[in-house]
Design a protein around this ligand. Structure first.
Ligand SMILES: *[C@@H]1O[C@H](CO)[C@@H](O)[C@H](O)[C@H]1NC(C)=O
Ligand SMILES: *[C@@H]1O[C@H](CO)[C@@H](O)[C@H](O)[C@H]1NC(C)=O
Length: 223
């Protein structure tokens, strides 16, 4: 299946450098830090736990880098041990360079485990593509179980996300949500009264996962 093919899994490896979680003090007009310098990334053992994928999750560099692999039987993923209400969440991510049609990599906040029908969620979702074509990234915003206020949005990355690590960040305050690719804000959602609960407002955990979404993501990934 993987072109250029090794017979052994993993087919796809996501390298995720230490996930940085910086909680912003609740202050009006909160901005993301100017740079991530001075922000201490949390090592895996300090703040995260594996949620699936057994040996498809591997820690490197004293837990400051995480490799998530996808093979024929499973993907892999981890979640923060804490729930967060607002903050600046950032991960340096390098996507798998091998054949990746149908692969879905996600870096997201969610409380779907706690609120089954009325969950909140903020996602970066990377939809794997056929070799030679670009990965697509989309952002999603769910509030109280619905995407009513803000649908998914696609963004064309101006670089090859498999070449190197890039920072993907989510700023979430009580008044706005901003998605960043490196230093560039690519989407902003400002809270309005009309949104009501459709603006995410309950504590969420932070997740990173890789999984096979071929039946789910094909239509968008391969055209
Ligand atoms: C969230 O959604 C549920 C189910 O649709 C609804 O009953 C509830 O009133 C909503 N919460 C708010 C704060 O609007
Ligand atoms: C998705 O792609 C896979 C691999 O190319 C293929 O086997 C599968 O049938 C496709 N699924 C759909 C729903 O098109």
């Amino acid at each position: 299946m993987a072109s250029g093919a090794s017979s052994s899994p993993p087919l796809s490896v996501l390298s995720l450098a230490a996930v940085v979680v910086l909680l912003l003090a609740a202050r009006g007009g909160a901005r993301p830090p100017h740079s991530l310098r001075g922000v201490r990334p949390l090592a895996f053992d300090e703040g995260y736990a594996q949620i699936f994928g057994s040996s498809n999750l591997a820690l490197l560099r004293d837990g400051r880098r995480v490799h998530l692999a996808l093979d024929e039987s499973t993907g892999a993923g981890f979640a923060s041990q804490d729930l967060f209400l607002h903050g600046f969440f950032s991960a340096a991510i390098k996507l798998p360079a091998d054949y990746a049609a149908g692969v879905v990599v996600a870096f997201y906040l969610s409380n779907g485990d706690v609120y089954e029908k009325t969950h909140d969620e903020l996602d970066f979702e990377f939809l794997g593509n056929v070799r030679g074509r670009e990965w697509r990234v989309q952002t999603n915003v769910y509030g109280n179980g619905s995407t009513h206020a803000c649908r998914e949005e696609r963004y064309d990355l101006p670089f090859d996300p498999t070449d190197d690590f890039h920072h993907y960040s989510i700023l979430w305050t009580s008044q706005r949500i901003i998605f960043y690719v490196d230093e560039t804000p690519i989407r902003e959602v400002v809270r309005t009264a009309a949104m009501g609960a459709a603006f995410p407002s309950k504590p969420m955990s932070l997740y990173a996962t890789i999984w096979d979404g071929s039946t789910w993501a094909n239509a968008s990934a391969s055209h």
